[in-house]
Design a protein around this ligand. Structure first.
Ligand SMILES: [Fe+2]
Ligand SMILES: [Fe+2]
Length: 208
């Protein structure tokens, strides 16, 4: 592929992500035991939490696209593209669940996408080991965050819980493969800054 092809691919993926037209390749994870009916308050809470998770997946699309675009290592590009495809499943699943809960995606998605894309480019410019270190740290933080959502989601919302549990598993796999590919550990202040940025994103997306 030429650089122009790659740029067009990135633009296409950005537009599909923001327009909500990305399709999942894998079927939606189904709960083992079906849930119960949700009251309006539980539905509102589940909708807000799934909106936060959907924003996380919008950011994952942007981060992996930017990193795949900027790396000069073809093997690494393939790895980023593979992870991005799994993130596309996550994106489509969370979007479907938002719809089922009668909730809307974040109004600020274009902003989250642009911000995450910029951060992905900066990480990629710092070299492959740091770029991979950034993936490891991001995926670990997302995994912890999804774990906390398993505590907060209503017990009866088995459909959302099945999606979140599967995503948590996949994110752990993304962190492990980035680690095996030669990730370096990011300095503590960078990890703290990432955590702070994540907190701003999750708090805002909960409402908007
Ligand atoms: Fe994901
Ligand atoms: Fe991931």
């Amino acid at each position: 592929m030429t650089s122009i092809d790659r740029l067009l691919g990135v633009a296409d993926s950005a537009l599909r992500t923001l327009a909500g037209t990305q399709r999942a390749a894998q079927p939606l994870p189904e709960p083992v035991v079906p849930g119960g009916p949700l009251d309006p308050e539980q539905k509102r809470l589940a909708g807000a939490l799934m909106r936060v998770n959907h924003v996380g997946e919008v950011c994952a699309q942007a981060l992996y696209s930017a990193q795949a675009l900027a790396t000069r290592n073809p093997a690494l590009r393939t790895q980023f593209e593979k992870a991005a495809r799994e993130e596309t499943d996550h994106l489509a699943w969370t979007q479907q669940r938002l719809r089922e809960l009668g909730a809307r995606p974040s109004l600020l998605n274009p902003l989250w996408y642009a911000g995450a894309f910029g951060i992905g480019l900066i990480a990629a410019r710092a070299g492959d080991a740091i770029s991979l270190g950034f993936v490891v740290e991001t995926e670990r933080q997302v995994e912890q965050h999804l774990e906390s959502h398993l505590d907060r989601l209503p017990r009866d919302d088995a459909a959302s819980r099945a999606i979140v549990a599967r995503m948590k598993n996949d994110e752990a796999g993304h962190a492990a493969s980035a680690e095996q590919a030669g990730a370096t550990t990011l300095p503590a202040p960078v990890r703290w800054a990432m955590r702070a940025a994540g907190r701003i994103m999750t708090t805002t997306a909960h409402r908007f």
